[in-house]
Design a protein around this ligand. Structure first.
Ligand code: HGY
Ligand code: MN
Ligand code: MN
Length: 411
């Protein structure tokens, strides 16, 4: 408190740090393309580490490349209160998804430093590796920290070029020595843009996140036979791309068989040999399916498998339908949720309870420690898009709520 008024985040400093971070991997369309564990990701990590060290934090890196910047408390024996998110982005992503949660944590540290605040427990600002999963598998690193995945399995995951996560971490100098399965924090809080339209539409600044829906992701490999586009009769073909196209339509139709609809997305497809005059012999496509009810998610998986297997059988194609990641729906800790809601109330910041359609590292941390999330509005709810945008005032107000929640929980 300064003169009775609660301390507030510095709006301009927070905005400036987000804009500066956004210059690393800036895309011509005004967004950011900073894929995990690339040279650009290294530059962003190095900048964050420098800023944290300049703010008096000590920095540690674990075996999954997760970065922990610690602001000391008066009692070093206490478990830390953690906050953070991710610095990696979608290929044509925005400046705020993930980055806001990391830099709001740093801004909270900077503002506490300015105000001479001492907390009992230490506060860690965390960067979780490869949250987006564009290159490896999403939320792998926070999953290892929370004992959802085994370290060895995670490090052995390969990207589309066959590079392992272990090699990619080494290549950018972030294969840390700290144990990857960390001691559970006292609590974890993540600030994030909503990536949906509700807060903006209702004129609310803070979303008090109650939980997040479950998610199952698959990789489907369809195998037929390469052939000459000019000589092989249509009736003799085993066309892997045609088969995959029929499967995409069938998978999409499954969503409409349930109320409320699950969300099902096929976001990537590879064709081999991908030549205009060769009949495709193999295709590989992704499926991302999500729903708040885990039993519906299981039914959706069965219906998608059955539909794809039937198409493969009809077209004399082989099919491999592999589950690559799975997250059950999660309810955040009541105490953390209440702390966010009451802090927004105390700071007179308009808020409402909300549910997350997107996945976040907080979904993994919720399995290891009391966890809460807060959202701030983003323009037209747009995200995973270069046009992603947010208002400096909202970002700062969300950061002030986060900061007071951290101070309260750490003291
Ligand atoms: O896909 C998600 O929900 C997150 O944005 N990675
Ligand atoms: Mn995110
Ligand atoms: Mn994202």
């Amino acid at each position: 408190m300064t003169g009775g008024e609660p301390i507030r985040a510095d709006k301009n400093r927070l905005w400036a740090s987000i804009m500066e971070m956004g210059r690393i991997g800036a895309t011509p369309g005004g967004g950011v393309g900073r894929i995990a564990l690339t040279e650009l990701d290294k530059q962003a990590r190095d900048l964050f580490v420098t800023w944290c060290e300049d703010s008096g934090c000590t920095v540690r890196v674990d075996g999954m490349g997760n970065i922990f910047a610690r602001r000391a408390g008066s009692d070093a024996t206490l478990a830390p209160v953690m906050t953070g998110s991710h610095l990696d982005t979608q290929p044509l992503g925005g400046k705020f998804d993930g980055i806001y949660g990391v830099l709001a944590g740093l801004e909270a540290v900077r503002t506490m430093n300015d105000a001479g605040v001492t907390t009992r427990a230490p506060i860690d600002v965390v960067v979780w590796t490869d949250e987006e999963g564009v290159r490896f598998s999403g939320m792998l690193a926070s999953g290892v920290f929370s004992s959802v995945y085994a370290l060895e399995d995670a490090l052995a995951r390969t990207d589309p070029d066959g590079v392992t996560m272990a090699a990619a971490l080494q290549a950018i100098g972030y294969a840390g020595s700290e144990p990857a399965v960390g001691d559970p924090p006292r609590a974890f809080f993540e600030a994030h843009i909503e990536q949906g339209p509700i807060l903006e539409a209702e004129g609310k600044t803070v979303g008090v996140v109650m939980g997040a829906q479950g998610q199952r992701c698959f990789q489907v490999t369809v195998t037929g036979e390469e052939g000459h586009a000019g000589t092989l009769p249509m009736t003799l073909r085993r066309d892997a791309l045609l088969g995959a196209a029929r499967m995409l339509d069938a998978v999409n139709a499954v969503a409409f068989a349930h109320e409320p609809h699950p969300v099902i997305t096929v976001g990537s497809i590879n064709v081999r040999p991908n030549s205009p005059n060769t009949i495709p012999g193999q295709t590989q496509f992704s499926i991302d399916s999500r729903h708040p009810d885990d039993t519906v998610l299981a039914t959706v998986e069965k219906q998608m498998r059955d539909a794809c297997n039937a198409i493969a059988a009809r077209s004399s194609l082989e099919i491999a339908f592999e589950l690559v990641s799975e997250r059950t729906s999660v309810a955040f800790d009541e105490g953390c949720v209440r702390s966010i809601r009451e802090t927004a109330e105390r700071l007179s910041i308009p808020h409402r309870d909300i549910y997350s359609g997107a996945g976040h590292d907080a979904c993994n941390l919720a399995l290891a420690a009391p966890t809460g999330m807060l959202f701030v509005p983003c323009e037209r709810g747009i995200s995973h898009n270069e046009q992603e945008n947010a208002k400096a005032e909202d970002l700062a107000d969300g950061c002030s709520v986060l900061m007071h929640v951290l101070m309260e929980t750490a003291s």
